[in-house]
Design a protein. Structure first.
Length: 358
């Protein structure tokens, strides 16, 4: 029989450990239904990207499975029924009374045509039957637009999210150092910031693209190296404001190091600023990838992205073939909207002002 331990009379009661910043933020985030649904949509897209990378989804996006510019299955027009010609019509009577043309009088090789056709039939290969309709239609070569949109999500999401994470990380790190230390360190970082912002962003992107060339890795590096300035400016201002507050002074008084004060005390309280910038950068970088791919400075020619699809759709739209534009725009709009709503919910969960209102 187990003994029950009772606290000694006069002993101090155990102190309850307070809830951490990240645990509190996750609890607040779970209560936001829009944020949870948006997170689920983003996870679905990320899983789709992973399956596309492994070849499980859209592995044969380059195959010409349909006729050129095959219409979507849900928008295909019904084929017109052939109307048989009446036997008593003038056209039918003229066709019946017309004498048959003897090809041997025109072409001396005409008698050999049947023999050659029989010989060629022995070596005839089976041709793949191409479909007249596809779920989201086909492009000018007959490739499935739905498969291209899924494969394009792999490149566009990888470029947008990876470049935004790198740019936000660079901006947050430099802003933390510039705002916390100040002095010569802050002056040096301010000089670098002014150099980058003195050049129009689109010209700076084109300059880096001309040097680094095209390709997925090059596009990520170009966008990361040119997109950190906005995050740096906001994070630096937040660190300057928080570095002199009481909780940071108290941490310094008990012997906390500069790194601990920067990344364990201040950063969680300014992370909502980084998340907002991350959401903005993901949307902007996907658009920049579209521009670079359209101008021939983006992904390689053997790859597909939402940018290359929109570039191809421009010529198809003139001919009335709108389904590739719809597929690329729909996929991009759903992901960008879900990602923006998810980061907004994370910002609200991490905002110290809202935490204090609880």
């Amino acid at each position: 029989m187990s003994a029950v331990l009772h606290p000694l009379p006069g002993a101090a009661a155990p102190i309850a450990r307070s809830e951490g910043v990240w645990a509190m933020a996750w609890r607040r985030f779970r209560n936001d239904r829009v944020g949870v649904v948006s997170l689920a949509v983003v996870v679905v897209f990320l899983v789709m990207v992973l399956l596309a990378e492994l070849g499980v989804l859209a592995g044969g996006w380059q195959k010409e499975v349909g006729v050129p510019n095959a219409r979507p299955s849900w928008a295909a027009a019904a084929p017109a029924e052939a109307v048989p010609e009446a036997s008593g019509s003038p056209k039918a009577a003229a066709a019946a009374s017309a004498p048959l043309l003897d090809l041997s009088d025109v072409d001396p090789l005409a008698p050999r045509y049947a023999e050659w056709a029989e010989a060629a039939r022995k070596y005839q290969t089976v041709q793949e039957v191409k479909r007249d309709t596809l779920p989201f239609g086909g492009d000018r070569l007959g490739r499935d637009v739905l498969a291209k949109a899924i494969k394009g999500a792999e490149v566009s999401i990888f470029v947008g999210v990876t470049a935004a994470l790198l740019a936000a990380s660079i901006g947050t790190l430099l802003g933390a150092f510039g705002g916390f230390f100040g002095g010569k360190v802050g002056d040096l970082l301010e000089w670098v910031y002014n150099v980058f912002t003195s050049i129009p962003s689109i010209l700076l992107i084109f300059a880096f693209a001309a040097v680094l060339g095209r390709g997925t890795t090059s596009v990520v590096m170009i966008l990361a190296l040119t997109g950190w300035t906005g995050t740096y400016r906001l994070v630096r201002a937040e660190f300057i404001k928080h570095a002199v507050r009481e909780y940071v002074r108290s941490a310094e008084a008990i012997g906390a190091s500069a790194a601990s004060r920067m990344f364990r005390h201040i950063l969680p309280n300014v992370s909502h600023v980084t998340l907002v910038q991350l959401s903005i950068l993901v949307v902007a970088f996907i658009k920049y990838e579209v521009i670079l791919s359209y101008l021939g400075l983006g992904v390689s020619v053997d790859q597909v992205s939402w940018g290359t699809m929109l570039a191809e759709a421009q010529g198809e739209l003139i001919l009335g073939h709108w389904w590739q534009l719809l597929a690329a725009t729909l996929f991009m709009a759903v992901f960008v909207t879900a990602f923006s709503l998810m980061t907004d919910a994370l910002r609200d969960a991490l905002d110290p002002k809202l935490r204090g209102a609880e």
